[in-house]
Design a protein around this ligand. Sequence first.
Ligand code: NAP
Length: 262
Amino acid sequence: MDLRLTGRVALVAGASSGLGYAAAEALAREGCRVAIVARTPSALRHAAERLVAATGAEILPLPADVSVPDEVTRVVAETAARFGQVDIVLANAGGPPPGRFLAHDHLAWVRAVETNLLSTVTMFRAALPEMIERRWGRLLVITSLSALEPLPGLILSSTVRAGVHGLVKALSDEAAAHGVTVNAIAPGMFGTDRLAEIWEARARNSGGSAAEELAKGLSAIPAGRLGDPAELGALVAFLASEQAGFITGRVVQIDGGQGRAL
Ligand code: NAP
């Protein structure tokens, strides 16, 4: 299917590795020009080189910390300055640290809100006005299955990302009439650095090994395997497509059947 994304401009955050990288690659393969954001300049530059080599697309690496509002505003402006517009935004960052309720102090809660909720608000606020003017836009955010069904040791993620789901639904009501869709993607378990961090934290808690925790995790997935980041990238590209213009205000799960809610 031609997703009719050729020439569109995408801004993808958290894109030097993992799910964000896979999303940037999928959008680039579909013909988008893509600005990618992460904090570490060397890793981001390397990611940009790999994306250019793999897709031949125009890739703009913009080092920034999305938990800092001025940096978010800057990258949206720099993307528009370089490519003329911003059609697609994928809000994403590292997940909040794993751990049980009493392990997190006040600062950890503030950081989680800044990194995983307010970063999304700021990216959407910066990009939406021009999308409304052009009457076309796709606002997307990566959240987590843990925001739909609490998972062990992910209380920061469950709490803060439930707020992101509220934002997505409420904002979609305001944006839909302007041709702008707003959706969240809630992944289950994918083979990325983030997941390794979670197995290690669970192993510290249980006194077992990370491999045992991985085996336990896999047993909760009917598909019997971890997700491939490219599968999430393909979902991002579809939700960004012309054909997905009637899908808005949704949290789309991609989890190999792990989610239990009907
Ligand atoms: P990852 O492999 O650790 O990648 C995180 C990316 O975000 C890196 O490029 C990182 O680069 C960047 N980043 C982190 N903090 C940032 C910040 N403040 N500003 C800008 N960029 C930032 O993680 P992942 O597995 O792709 O996960 C991405 C998101 O999906 C996370 O929020 C995670 O909680 C969520 N998620 C993942 C899974 C999974 O199975 N992997 C499941 C559910 C939800 P720098 O460190 O250089 O900034």
